[in-house]
Design a protein around this ligand. Structure first.
Ligand code: RAM
Length: 353
């Protein structure tokens, strides 16, 4: 009798074990930390966030489009964010939310080089990979930076351009983004270094104005420059928002040829001013590619293929192989060279970005 009972028990145990194995898994709401190693269960998609400076900037939208394309090509989930105002505080709040959401990676275009450090360190301490793109955060706040082009070339070439446009002498001004923006501030430093050359002795930089990458403020800052400096001969706007606003003001006031304009602009927004001659030429890189490269670098960090140290190599999809190089006390990945847009080529580019 005992033997029969033991046999029945053994059969019951086997059946329940088999049933357990075959039982359907609950629908997964897991984050990456809960994924198991069983082959049956699909791994939750890794989450890659990108925070741009602020909303309403077509350049930022293109950059985020490129990031999303890369992340989706690689099978991840892209989370795209931007605050209403281009402030560090607003980005800090978003970083805190993303830490709570347990994302795998935060990429951002910083609104301040240093102010985001505590929040970004907290993210890295929580195991989140952090990188900046377009506008850097300091080296302690990131694992690597994705740089659009050599800042020295960007700064110097814009001064050379405006000086050629104004015929070698006169007053010039800069219309920038925010006063805290790392990318614009670095370019402006290089502009000032270029202006130290004695060949520019007759050129005077009268003011650096800040339109905060907000359309209306950039318009009013341009108007204020024209009012305060009636002899102004040229404006450099190293921001796509600023240069488009200045293009409109100069056009509306009939100042074509009297006040020259150059800087960094989106072909789609600047074509009319380049075609009209208000802005004889300008520069930029491909913002979609900046975002795309950031996506591939983010993925390589999360996969552990790179750590962000000099010499790390990874494949960046359609952009080919890329390498991490030095950048002061930090590291960076370089996209390429700035590109010159003028009346001859703007037609080909205005529908691209
Ligand atoms: C604006 C932003 C961005 C900068 C471009 C050139 O769209 O400030 O950060 O890279 O201009």
């Amino acid at each position: 009798m005992k033997k029969v009972l033991a046999l029945i028990l053994a059969v019951i145990m086997m059946v329940s074990l088999l049933a357990g194995c075959a039982a359907p898994q609950p629908a997964s709401t897991n984050t990456e930390t809960q994924t198991t190693t069983t082959e049956q269960k699909p791994e939750a998609k890794k989450k890659f966030a990108f925070i741009f400076k602020n909303t309403g900037n077509p350049y930022g939208e293109k950059q985020m489009d490129g990031f999303k394309t890369a992340i989706e090509e690689l099978g991840g989930e892209a989370i795209l964010k931007a605050p209403d105002q281009p402030t560090a505080e607003a980005q800090i709040q978003m970083i805190e939310e993303l830490i709570a959401q347990k994302v795998d990676c935060i990429a951002l275009t910083g609104n301040d080089p240093d102010a985001l450090q505590p929040a970004l360190k907290k993210a890295m301490d929580a195991g989140i990979k952090v990188l900046s793109a377009d506008s850097a955060v300091n080296a302690q706040s990131r694992m690597v930076h994705v740089n659009q082009a050599d800042p020295e070339r960007i700064g110097r070439v814009e001064v050379q351009a405006v000086v050629e446009m104004i015929g070698g002498s006169g007053e010039i001004a800069v219309l920038s983004a925010t006063s805290q923006a790392t990318n614009q501030n670095t370019w402006i430093e290089w502009m000032k270094k270029e202006l130290e050359d004695p060949k520019y002795k007759d050129v005077k930089l009268v003011k650096v104005a800040y339109g905060d990458d907000l359309r209306d403020k950039s318009v009013s800052e341009t108007e204020a420059l024209l009012k305060s400096y009636p002899n102004l001969k040229g404006i450099i706007a190293p921001t796509t928002v600023g240069i488009a606003a200045a293009g409109k003001v100069l056009t509306d006031k009939g100042l074509k040829g009297k006040v020259q304009l150059t800087g960094l602009g989106l072909p789609s927004e600047m074509a009319e001013y380049i075609e009209s001659g208000v802005c004889p030429w300008m520069y930029l890189w491909n913002p979609i590619d900046v975002g795309y490269l950031t996506g591939y670098a983010a993925f390589a960090l999360v996969e552990g293929k790179i750590t962000g140290k000099v010499g790390d190599k990874f494949n960046a999809g359609k952009l080919g192989d890329k390498e991490v190089i030095a950048d002061g006390d930090g590291t960076q990945i370089m996209l390429g060279d700035p590109f010159k847009f003028d009346a001859k080529n703007i037609g080909e580019w205005k529908s691209v970005y």
